[in-house]
Design a protein around this ligand. Structure first.
Ligand code: PLP
Length: 317
């Protein structure tokens, strides 16, 4: 059994979630990052989020692959091996006693070993993780009626500046989009890049349906695991799906739009607004292709597609 699991603090209340910090398991609310950690002061951190559905991780190897690629891209090398990280994620869920969970893993730069050093290579990198009860990026009741989204006035940060395929917490542009959207009564925001092509939203990828074809942006976006799942489902169902540039005008004239994320799945969008004009999609309700993909995504979960059962024994060690 992993030594990480044995170092958990006994008799603590993990009912609100369990976290792993510097080799110890602690209740989620006690998990903290030092104020001098570059993961905090410089957002020098990469992360990934996987969900647990009815006792099983969804596509855990794919999330760990993406996380490893992100760590390599940012030269982050915490001491835990991939197998130990895998054990830790299982143990967090098991300790929290969760069947449906939001499970986050992070690699942080840490603090310099040499006082005053400005060199990233001088820092002790570390791994953190936590399991919390299930979270939906867009509340279920909003998903059911179709979300109302604002096209933010702020362009997505250029890919050449912050690589969107390396999952990061540099959310300045996405948070501005949320502030604008909520200030104008919308549920959430979507961002285009400076050239006017659709990218993604705060915590989700985007899809547009036009004349029976499904499209998702080829730029400015994370290579989402849910997006990949939807592309696979489209292929299996014989729905034409393409990764392509999506001009803003297409978003405003789409038949359907939907968002995808680990924290919510396939989430239909019913209105897309510039703030001045609002495009009402279909019947102001989730469109038929969005609804079919959403249903199939969850049906496959029920059938155990890509699910890895949570190893509960890791919490009993
Ligand atoms: N884009 C951003 C910015 C995200 O933060 C996320 C998920 O958190 C996604 C897209 C969706 O990716 P995934 O389906 O892997 O959760």
């Amino acid at each position: 059994m992993s030594s990480h699991v044995e170092e958990r603090v006994p008799d603590r209340d993990f009912s609100q979630g369990a976290a792993y910090v510097k080799g110890r398991f602690v209740p989620l609310m006690d998990a903290a990052v030092p104020v001098t950690d570059w993961g905090f002061t410089r957002s020098d951190v990469v992360y990934d989020v996987v969900h647990v559905y009815h006792g099983g991780f969804f596509r855990l190897p794919d999330h760990l692959d993406r996380f490893e690629r992100a760590m390599q891209a940012r030269h982050l090398a915490p001491p835990e091996t991939r197998a130990q990280m895998d054990d830790i994620l299982h143990a967090c869920v098991a300790l929290a006693g969760l069947n449906d969970a939001y499970v986050s893993m992070m690699a942080l730069r840490g603090r310099p070993r040499v006082r005053g050093s400005r060199r990233p290579a001088d820092c002790d990198n570390h791994f953190m993780a936590y399991a919390a009860p299930w979270i939906d990026v867009i509340p279920p009741e909003v998903q059911a009626r179709g979300a109302h989204v604002l096209i933010s006035s702020v362009p997505r940060v250029p890919d050449a500046s912050v690589d969107p395929t390396v999952k990061n917490f540099q959310w300045g542009d996405l948070t501005t989009g949320l502030l604008e959207a909520h200030g104008q009564g919308f549920d959430t925001a979507v961002l285009c890049d400076a050239e006017g092509f659709l990218t993604e939203g705060p915590g989700f990828n985007l899809f547009v349906v036009k004349d029976g074809r499904v499209l998702t942006p080829d730029r400015g976006s994370l290579e989402g695991i849910t997006r990949r799942s939807v592309l696979e489902i489209c292929s299996d169902l014989g729905i034409e799906a393409t990764i392509a540039p999506i001009p803003r005008a297409l978003l405003e004239s789409a038949d359907e739009v939907f968002a995808t994320t680990t924290a919510g799945g396939v989430m239909p969008i019913a209105r897309v607004s510039t703030g001045r004009t609002t495009h009402i999609l279909g019947n102001d309700r989730p469109g038929p292709i969005s609804a079919a993909l959403r249903e199939e995504y969850w049906r496959r979960h029920e059938a155990g597609w890509h699910l890895t059962p949570v190893r509960r024994d890791l919490a009993e060690a």
